[in-house]
Design a protein around this ligand. Sequence first.
Ligand code: NAG
Length: 446
Amino acid sequence: MGAMKRSPLVLVLLLSLCSSLALASYSYGEESSGSGRPYHYGEESFRHWTRSRQGRFRVLERFTHELLEDAVGNYRVAELEAAPRAFLQPSHYDADEVMFVKEGEGVVALLYRGKRESFCVKEGDVLVIPAGAVVYSANTHGSRWFRVVMLLNPVSTTGRFEEFFPIGGESPESFFSVFSDDVLQAAFNTRREEWEQVFEKQSKGEITTASEEQIRELSRSCSRGGRGHGDGESMWDIKPSSLTGKRPRHSNNHGRHYEITGDDCPQLRALDIEVGLANITRGSMMVPSYSTHAYKVAIVVEGSGYFEMACPHLSGGRARGHDSRERGREEEEEGREEQEGGQKSRSYKQVRSRIKEGSVIAIPPGHPTTLVASEDKNLAVLCFGINARHDEKVFLAGSNSVLRQMDEPAKVLAFGAEREKVDRVIGAQTDAIFVRGPGSRRISSA
Ligand SMILES: *[C@@H]1O[C@H](CO)[C@@H](O)[C@H](O)[C@H]1NC(C)=O
C-alpha cells in the first residue's frame, strides 16, 4: 500500500531511466546493430548493369571506406542471373574473375590464348576467368535459373572494370563501331555497310534466349577441362572445380566447410585468392574465429542469420556500456588517435548485422567474427579469401580453440582465475568450428 502511494516519484525515475536506456539502445542499434557499415552491404548497395526478363547483372559498390580501401579497394563483387536457356553475348572484362555457380547449370566458353574451350559448369563449381578472355555463356537448363556470384580483380584502374562487347547493336554497342570507316574496312577487308549488317545487327540486348536445339549444340562440346594438357597443373589449364563436390575440410552436425585453395587450382594461386563455403545448419553457428592473413569478402548464397565482429578500428567503445560507448565515439572523432597519457585505447566495438541471401560482408584479417544461422534454414556463406597464401584460420572457442593451447602457468597468470575454473570454461564447448547456436543453446552445468 505504502509503496503504491510513493510510486509517482519512483515512476518518474523509472520512466526517465527507461527512456534513456531506450535512447541508448536505439543509438546503439543505429550504429552497430543495424547496418554493420562499413563491413556489411545489403541489396541497396548493388547497381544493375543490365536487367531484363532474360536475366540481370549487378555489381556491388566499391569498397571505398578508409578501413577497407587499402586492402580490398581493388576488388568488386558481382552477381549474374540468367533465365532458362538465356545466352550471354561474347565480351571480355579488364579484370580477372573468380566465379562461383550458386544455382543451376550452364556452359561457359572461353576464347583465350588461341583456342576455344567450353566448360560445363553446375551448382557448386568455381571457375577462374582471366582478364581479357572473350567469354560467352548460356543457361543450359530448360526451366531453372543459372545464378553466379563473382569476385573481380580489375587489372587497369583500381576498383573499376568495364565490359567490352565485340558484337552488338544499340545496347550493348559493339566497341568496333567507334573505329573510323577506313580503319574498319581495311581491318576486315569488307565494306563498312556490309560489316554493319553483321556486327551491329544484334538488337535484342546482351542477354537473349536460345532455342533448345541451339543449347544442345552449345553444350555438345563442353567438358570439365583438362583434356590433353599434361598433368593439368599448368597455369593456363583452366577448368572448373567443384567446391561443394569435394570432401568438406570440416564437418559435423552443425555445419560443413569446403575450400579450394591455390594448392588445388593454379589460377587461384596466381591471384592469391582462395574460395571457401561455410554451410551452417539451421539453429547452429560458426564459433568466433579470425583469419591470420586473408581478407575475406563473404557473400550469403543461401538462408539468413546474423554476424558479429569485434572491431578495434571503429572506436574504443564497448558495445555494452553506455559511457564507454560515448567515450569511444569521441575517440573516433579524434581520428582514433592515442588517448591522454600516450596510451592507446584497448577496447573494441561490436559490428553486427542481420544477413540474408545476397548480403556481402568484408572481414579484415585478425578480426574475430562469428556467423549465426537462423532457426529455420541453413546459412550458406561463400568466402573469397584475398591475400590467401599464408592464411590460417584461428578458432577462439570450441575443442580446437587456440586458447586451449596455453600452458598452465600462463593460464593462471593471464586469466587471474583459478585454473580449474579456467579449464572448465574453455573446455566446456566440446564441438569444434560449428556448434549449437544461441537460439537453441543448452548450457551444460557440469
Ligand atoms: C547446405 O546444406 C544443405 C543441407 O545439406 C543443402 O541442402 C544445401 O544445398 C547446401 N547449400 C549449399 C550452398 O551448398
